[in-house]
Design a protein around this ligand. Sequence first.
Ligand code: BTN
Length: 333
Amino acid sequence: MSFPKDVLQVLSDNQGRWITETELCESLKASAETVRDLVQVLQESGYQVESCPERGYRLVYQDLLTPEAVTPGLTTRVFGRRDYFYYREIDSTNNRALELAAEGYPEGTVVVAETQTAGRGRRGRSWYSPPRHGIYVSVIFRPQLPMREVPRLSLVIGVAVAETLETSFHLPARIKWPNDILINNRKVAGVLSEVVTGTQGIDYIVTGIGLNINNPLQDFPDDLRTAPTSIMAEMEITVSRVRVLQQLLMHLENRYYQLLEGDFNGILNKGKILSTVLGKEVEYDTRDGLAVGQAVDIDDNGFLLVKDKSGKIHTVTSGEVYLTSPTTGGEAD
Ligand code: BTN
């Protein structure tokens, strides 16, 4: 018996090329009628399968983030290997990952969507999530870390996202503490981590990453607090979202295991090299409102150290920092 996924497999293996109905029937050991029914199911599920009586069928390349497209080229050991949840549309991948984590799904569970109807950003903001242009992915972590070390995970994520863009696409991606990712002072990715604690400390953490990939600049809403960009806008070509996701999951897993193995220093050093705030004047949140100082270092917990005018060092443990220098491009966030 054949299933739609079997037809999809044959079509994907021959992506872009026509396969005659006879060839499909032979490789699936199915009748022409069954093949036609299965192709129709795929078309109704949104796959762009072209059919032509003389030539047969072919799959139009769509760069969807389906498990069939992503997992074959995935080089991770755990992340996305066992549990990969894919949605054409969802409210928020973080919401779904939080539900799955509460149900007991393991570390490395990945939730991906082509579009989000209620994508969430930090501080109650929304995340612009148009279909098929970006990557909207959430990962479940179950680290055995004391609460005070959670910011270390933040740096892990920031480094993994930035180095994905740096190593795979030669883009000068930089981390704006704690983990916004900027290219030439424009935001290309944002991270929302949500920690759930139990009686024993951290129960699980869901980290959601939104990456702008093939978005034309003019499509972004005007009211974004930080000037946005996308990989396509920076490289002037469209790139494979499948490849970006595979690379991202690989870097995330590598850096996360580096943290668990006790080498936070290696991550910290890379994080400092990739930081866009160190050495710059920043505004940062305090209990009494915004204060100004110079970002001088990131400490062993992943906190930002800021020196005020009197030379006193303040540890910024949460919230956001705002670059003030005009040489930074006037980042408005
Ligand atoms: C920010 O910069 O404010 C954080 C943005 C985080 C967006 C991602 S997209 C995938 C995941 N699902 C969500 O609802 N939000 C995160």
